[in-house]
Design a protein around this ligand. Sequence first.
Ligand code: SAM
Length: 307
Amino acid sequence: MPELREALDALLADVPPARLTDSVRRLIEVYRSGLPAGEPLIRNMVDATAYAAYRMPATHAAVVAALATLPAIAPRSHVDLGGGTGAAAWAVQERYGTLQHTVLDQVPEALKLGERIAKQYTWQPWQLGEPVPAADLVTASYVLTELDEEQQHTLVEQAAAAAGTAVVLIEPGTPPGYRRILAARDQLMRRGWHIAAPCPHELACGLQGRDWCHFAARVNRSSLHRRLKEASLGYEDEKFSFVAAVPGPAGTRGRVVRHPAFRKGLVTLQVCQPDTTVGPVLVSKREGQVYKAARDAEWGDTWPPPS
Ligand SMILES: C[S@@+](CC[C@H](N)C(=O)[O-])C[C@H]1O[C@@H](n2cnc3c(N)ncnc32)[C@H](O)[C@@H]1O
């Protein structure tokens, strides 16, 4: 991550700060609206730089966190659909080392910007529906959110068809983001994929109708990042929803779906269980090793932890 941060900060030197700030403001506004984009939101090199500087650290952190939930796999190739400036490729490289990474996107400026800081990847202009090269691992982060329902269906079909080892889809951790992930999860299962994470089962989500499944990734903000977002805190928590699918049946361990609550001698974990129930698991100090594990448990971890 420091490497990505340094690369991003260096990029900013080329663009007048006022133009960047204007572009960040516009992008924040359109992303907050949550509507399908209709037309590309990144319109020029300034937008691409602004996107990379203010959003990429967070989307990168979310992808890193989602990949960490996958069972042991050893992909040799990776395709990122709607990869923009390459956040997911950086994340995949961090987890699995340098693979053959291909970033596909409709916006040439985003690809160009991404290539400036990661020349080792293949950057390829691509419109949804155009052929996708086969790869072991296929990702799409924060893309479904820009698509209408039919396009979302197309993207998931393309990901499911192109991937050999894993498909990982990541969306904003909002109720609509969660609903898009649920639809994608169903679609992946219909295509014969199995759910590796976050769910410990392949039945209907136990949170549906009362809550939404999402997670958080901590992102430290550089001073430039803070300035661009006109923010004062030195960090932000990126909320995301995701689904990770693999070809064969996968883990059935529960998952912690909220920040654990700590009281003296007692940890309360909200756990999504293999039987689809979601509720509190209380672990008291009397439970020794299990208590120690519960104290270390974080939102997004499996529970019980691997022995
Ligand atoms: C919010 S950005 C996410 C970029 C990157 N995946 C990330 O996580 O930082 C959404 C990306 O999807 C791309 N995209 C949206 N609709 C597309 C389409 N119909 N065909 C190809 N790319 C598309 C956009 O150009 C943009 O780069």
